[in-house]
Design a protein around this ligand. Structure first.
Ligand SMILES: *Cc1c(COP(=O)(O)O)cnc(C)c1O
Length: 939
């Protein structure tokens, strides 16, 4: 047996036996047999290789990593080398306090990461010269696509055409075209300044500087574009913006880009945080998450996610974007890169990079070779008859240049990892193939940025970017922020549907190996053999786990997986002359990303009912399928159900959809209850996504990264993204490649039996909690034999009816007990959904159960009138030290009752840094950049 299994699973054998007895089962197998309907249980054992020990898994991954070759990259094209400051590498990327945190929906226990994200937004606003920025989007390509749909909604022009400059990054154009097609948007690619003179359009997208390095003076065209009622979208490089006039100052309406080069390794394509910044007028339509400033119950400034009404859960099929998981950890890293370097440091880095490029251009000129553009930042492109030979010779010398075979040109992009010696080395490679001697010395060259486009405005003037420049200060700033937050390194995070399980250190270690981190996504395939092997093996293992025939690892989140899966279904129908099939059935209980993704595919969403037990109402579904039979494209269904039940009718449901010519999309976010026990493909699904950041141990990073691969049955395989028939859904071919070692290590260390045991214990832990809480709170929706699957829903509505205490009050009070709240009001308003996962030990489950029971007793004191409805520890939660340490205390309960409701809290206590945040104030007074320091003093 693997030495890892007992490390990953929380309860030991003895505890499992005890818990099994309490829930009414004899063994784990007996429990599974009682919980999972016999028609659902897959008969066969998972066909996976023998489980490995932690040492063996690392050795295997080391061997794979060594098959990657790390060349010096001059490819550019949106991915460049960067130096991750050691203090950021170790204290963020390798620090569980940051990487195991959840999305900051509970702001009181997330102030640290919210502050980091606010710094990110401030940095982006300063660099772009725009009013408001989000944090964050998935990559530059999808950010461009999101900007396109935002422009479509906002532009005065009713045209359906977008003009895209042909010298944007090619992957950006490909992603944008794929996103445009189902929406009926026409994409005209070419010389933007010519195309924009002809006809109508709702937006123009151009890149600053262009993919080949040229800096265009776009301000000249902005007025013209605006006169057409269209918006100007600018894709920009943040390091270039340190030296360039900000797009907001020359008339851009939306600015997007990637913050990769602010200290985030290339990682063979990702993960990295993309950004979007817009004019103030568009903020209510902006996709992604927006951090804002509000006040807490005591009137002190506090951070929160602002305008949350834009989330898909509220807007559903009217949502404008399906972005859920974003790239928080990477946005935090990029923001801290700016905090650490400050404006002067960034200027130094940008100036040095620019200096390498101008020096290189001067060298070229000395050799009689003219650079293609006179105005550039970091990239110099030149034509030469010997283009192919130059690229080959450079490669033989360990350097990757960008090859434009069709234009007989070569591109060379510099970054902060390069030196003068690298400039010389590239010049020598050119010399070797052209026979022209490289210059012995190169005189300092003048700036290649035209005066009119030089930045004059100040940036990053806020104190946060001008304080933490010594390593000691930076270290303490990061620690101070991390200490404000609750992550998995302190407490269980029992979030239903989000599967916050162990992110084992062994799984994380390979992520920061240079052999995985320092590869360019478009490096020649022969240098990426390690990645090829990793990805192929992982795809194969995921096929075995799901029963599907093919898997793509490209989607950067679960929602992107949904989008990719629906695109495959759509293309499949079209290939059979059934392009008119565009109705997507979605049960009312579905996750909000489902309808949002369907809408992005141009599908018509038809919502079907759930019955009183939370199951899909089969009769209603059948009626809808019959009614829309000729136009039925797909059903999107979550399994086990969103309510945490193994629906017995799943096979029948799939059959109904197939009978009417539709395809079944299974939302696999709940795969943690299926692995090793049943197989989505065998239940009747045609396609399913699996969130590797839930079931397969990629940490949530405070709201990303994530990976949402999809598995498909053979008939859909030709329609996976980027395989010819459907365009890419991510900028990089393998999306967030550098975090794939995590699920790889997990599956290798668990093996077939371990994975099945994890599923069984996840079910056991959930049923144990349900059993223990049932005498105190109603548990909604149980299946077969009164059991739940891997999560359970606690109903607080009856309590609210009696005494006014809400599920939100319980969530906030849990913070005083040191816990992160369960999922609030999803899938049922007024409830809490608890998913403990298999990794939580029994002692932690008991601690949580004790807290919930103690909270129930507190509620009883309100119900019986001991405490007033408007002054009790629940409605006043969470309690900060500042609130508790006052001269006078005028509450109906004691300070001790507030802070130490259970004796164990005296040993270990988390102190919430702010009181309950005021959501309404925050949405009325939108402020999404760092507030001036005086605002804290005055509060
Ligand atoms: C998490 C989740 C999603 C979305 O996944 P992201 O990676 O956040 O985009 C979709 N459906 C369900 C049921 C989920 O729990």
């Amino acid at each position: 047996m693997s030495d890892f299994l007992p490390r990953h699973i929380g309860p030991n054998r003895e505890e499992q036996m005890d818990m099994l007895a309490q829930v009414g089962a004899t063994t784990l197998e007996d429990l599974v047999a009682q919980v999972v309907p016999s028609t659902i249980i897959g008969g066969r054992r998972l066909a996976l290789p023998q489980a490995q020990s932690e040492v063996e898994a690392l050795a295997e991954l080391r061997g794979i990593a060594q098959k990657n070759q790390i060349f010096k990259s001059f490819i550019g094209q949106g991915y460049v080398g960067t130096v991750t400051p050691g203090v950021i590498l170790r204290n963020i990327l390798e620090n569980p306090a940051w990487y195991t945190a959840y999305t900051p929906y509970q702001p009181e226990i997330s102030q640290g990461r919210l502050e980091a994200l606010l710094n990110y937004q401030t940095m982006i606003c300063d660099l772009t010269g725009m009013d408001i920025a989000n944090s964050s989007l998935l990559d530059e390509g999808t950010a461009a696509a999101e900007a396109m749909t935002l422009a479509k909604r906002q532009a005065k022009s009713t045209s359906n055409t977008i003009i895209v400059a042909g010298d944007c990054h090619p992957q950006t154009i490909e992603v944008l075209k794929q996103r445009a097609e189902p929406l009926g948007i026409e994409v005209k690619v070419g010389m933007a300044h010519q195309l924009m003179m002809e006809g109508d359009y709702f937006a123009v997208l151009a890149q600053y500087p262009s993919t080949s390095g040229q800096i265009h003076d776009m301000g000249r065209y902005a007025d013209f574009v605006h006169a057409k009622g269209a918006l100007f979208i600018c894709a920009a490089d943040p390091l270039a913006l340190v030296l360039l006039k900000a797009p907001g100052e020359w008339g851009a309406d939306i600015v997007i880009g990637s913050s990769q080069r602010f200290g985030v390794p290339m990682g063979y394509g990702g993960p990295h945080a993309a950004f979007m910044a817009v004019r103030d007028a568009y903020k209510r339509n902006m996709p992604g998450r927006l951090v804002g400033v509000t006040i807490d119950a005591q009137g002190k400034p506090a951070y929160r996610l602002t305008l949350q009404t834009r989330e898909q859960h509220i807007r559903r099929e009217k949502a404008t974007s399906n972005i859920c998981t974003a790239q928080v950890l990477l946005a935090v890293m990029a923001s801290m890169y700016a905090v650490y370097h400050g404006p002067e440091g960034l200027r130094r880095i940008a100036t040095r990079v620019h200096g390498l490029a101008t020096r290189f251009a001067a060298g070229l000129k000395a050799m009689g070779i003219a650079p293609a553009a006179g105005q550039f930042f970091d990239t110099v492109t030149f034509k030469n008859d010997a283009h192919a030979a130059i690229v080959t010779t450079a490669r033989n010398g360990g350097m990757n240049l960008r090859h434009y075979a069709e234009w007989a040109a070569v591109g060379v992009t510099f970054d902060e990892t390069h030196t003068d010696a690298d400039v010389d080395a590239v010049l020598f490679a050119i010399s070797a193939e052209t026979g022209i001697r490289a210059p012995m010395s190169i005189d300092p060259a003048p700036s290649a940025i035209p005066d009119a486009l030089k930045r004059e405005s100040a940036m990053l003037t806020h104190p946060v970017f001008n304080t933490h420049h010594s390593e000691t200060e930076m270290l303490r700033y990061l620690r101070r922020l991390a200490d404000k937050d609750l992550a998995l390194d302190r407490t269980m995070i029992p979030l239903g549907s989000c599967t916050m399980k162990l992110n084992a250190t062994t799984e994380m270690i390979p992520v920061t190996w240079p052999e995985f981190g320092n590869l360019h996504p478009f490096a020649p395939a022969e240098q990426a053999k390690g990645y090829a092997e990793l990805n192929k093996n992982l795809e194969e293992m995921l096929c075995r786990i799901t029963g599907f025939d093919a898997v793509t690892l490209q989607p950067n989140s679960g929602a992107q997986g949904e989008y990719a899966g629906l695109l495959a279904i759509r293309a499949y129908h079209a290939s059979r002359n059934e392009a008119h099939r565009n109705v997507c059935l979605i049960p009312s209980s579905a996750h909000g990303t489902n309808p949002a993704s369907a809408q992005m595919c141009g599908m018509d969403v038809v919502v079907t009912k759930c019955d009183d037990n939370g199951n899909v109402d089969v009769a209603d579904l059948r009626a809808a399928a019959e009614k829309h039979s000729s136009k039925l494209a797909a059903l999107m269904i979550t399994y086990p159900s969103t309510h945490g039940v193994f629906e017995e009718a799943i096979k029948e449901i799939c059959a109904i959809v197939h009978l009417h010519g539709g395809q079944v999309y299974m939302d696999g976010a709940n795969l943690n209850a299926q692995v090793g026990v049943t197989y989505p493909a065998e239940l009747g699904a045609d396609v399913s996504h699996m969130n590797l950041h839930k079931t397969f141990c990629i940490p949530h990073g405070g709201g990303g990264p994530g990976v949402g691969p999809i598995g498909v049955r053979a008939h859909l395989a030709p329609f996976l993204p980027g395989r010819g028939k459907v365009g890419p859904v991510s900028a990089a071919p393998y999306g967030s490649a550098s975090i794939l070692p995590i699920p790889y290590a997990y599956i290798r260390m668990m093996g077939a039996d371990g994975l099945r045991e994890a599923t069984a214990v996840a079910i056991l832990n959930a049923n144990y909690i349900a059993k223990k809480l049932a005498p105190h709170f109603p548990i909604l929706y149980t299946g077969h034999g009164g059991f739940v699957a891997h999560e359970c829903i606690v109903d607080v509505r009856p309590i609210k009816d009696v005494c006014g205490i809400s599920n939100m009050d319980v969530a906030k009070r849990l913070m005083d007990y040191g816990f992160h709240a369960p999922t609030v009001s999803f899938p049922v308003a007024g409830t809490l959904m608890i998913e403990p996962t298999e990794s939580e030990p029994k002692v932690e489950l008991d601690r949580f159960i004790d807290a919930m029971i103690a909270i129930r007793e507190e509620i009883r004191a309100v119900e019986t009138g001991v405490w007033p409805k408007d002054d009790n520890p629940l409605v006043n939660a969470p309690h900060t030290t500042e609130v508790l340490l006052t001269e006078t205390w005028n509450h109906a309960y004691t300070r001790e009752q507030a802070a130490y409701p259970l004796p164990g809290l005296r040993q270990s206590k988390y102190w919430p840094p702010v009181g309950r945040v005021d959501d309404v104030y925050g949405d009325r007074n939108i402020m999404c950049t760092c507030p001036p320091l005086e605002s804290y003093a005055s509060a």
